[in-house]
Ligand binder design. Structure first.
Ligand code: 6PG
Length: 250
């Protein structure tokens, strides 16, 4: 059920996972059918972390044979610079648990491999995106970028106080995890804010505090959370919350 629509921000709260994931799949299928009717591909960027795993299970069980996967290109909105076989790898985990079990041409899956050299990998990934995606406002346009939300307000791999990334002129840049020091590559707000849709998938009670701060617009020591800089120029920001993560929203 939608609890709030402010300009182009839609906040959905769902009482159960099936309805939440069903809404996401219905929307992907709708956008994909529209793209197919006009002879276009659909360009999706998946988020990292653990939450998407439950969505992938649902998709395999309920939409594996419904969505025309051959028309969809997959990217990742951020990646840890680890071995593909590592459980830490966002693209490795998604491929093993989800994409490898669907009828998707390997050429439609664009892995952000940044194990060797994060800087060169970020530039290489940015160039693939620029070469494949349609452009608007002179920038590549993703149809849907999935994002998660960390308890510290980070999204993709843009962490609080990383103003260099928030203001980056690049589309894909290098990030360093503030605690582990792990190298990562991440979409920047410059790229994300040009998307057609951004889907925030945030579930579980431990996220209820940060969800309240972000959506109720509480500032953070005078700055704003990275998420607050995600403002779409022409698309919709759609929050997919469960009742646990949304429990502090009034
Ligand atoms: C990453 C992510 C990150 C993630 C959030 C939420 O690579 O870690 O992209 O932004 O989406 O930290 O992660 P959980 O779903 O595991 O809570």
């Amino acid at each position: 059920m939608v609890i709030k629509k402010i300009e182009n921000i839609i906040i959905n709260v769902f009482g159960n996972e099936e309805k939440l994931f069903g809404k996401i799949c219905f929307t992907i299928d709708l956008l994909n059918k529209k793209a197919l009717r006009t002879g276009k591909n659909l360009y999706l960027a998946l988020s990292g972390g653990n939450t998407p795993g439950k969505l992938y299970e649902y998709i395999l069980q309920n939409y594996g044979q419904i969505i025309n996967w051959e028309n969809i290109h997959f990217f990742w909105s951020d990646e840890r610079c680890v071995d593909f076989d590592s459980s830490e790898s966002n693209s490795g985990a998604a491929y093993r648990s989800f994409l490898s079990q669907l009828n998707i041409p390997k050429s439609n899956i664009h892995f952000p491999d940044c194990l060797e050299n994060a800087g060169k990998s970020a530039t290489y990934y940015e160039n693939i995106i620029k070469s494949l995606l349609p452009a608007k406002n002179g920038l590549p346009v993703f149809d849907i970028i999935f994002l998660g939300l960390g308890e510290d307000g980070h999204t993709a791999s843009i962490f609080p106080d990383q103003t260099n990334l928030l203001n980056s002129e690049k589309l894909v840049d290098v990030s360093v995890h503030p605690v582990s020091g792990q190298n990562r590559i991440t979409f920047t707000p410059k790229l994300m804010n040009n998307a057609g849709n951004i889907f925030f998938l945030v579930m579980g009670e431990k996220k209820s505090g940060i969800v309240q701060k972000i959506i109720m617009k509480n500032n953070y020591n005078g700055n704003v959370y990275p998420v607050n800089l995600i403002k779409l120029l022409q698309g919709n920001i759609i929050w997919f919350l469960d009742t646990e993560s949304a429990k502090n929203l009034v």
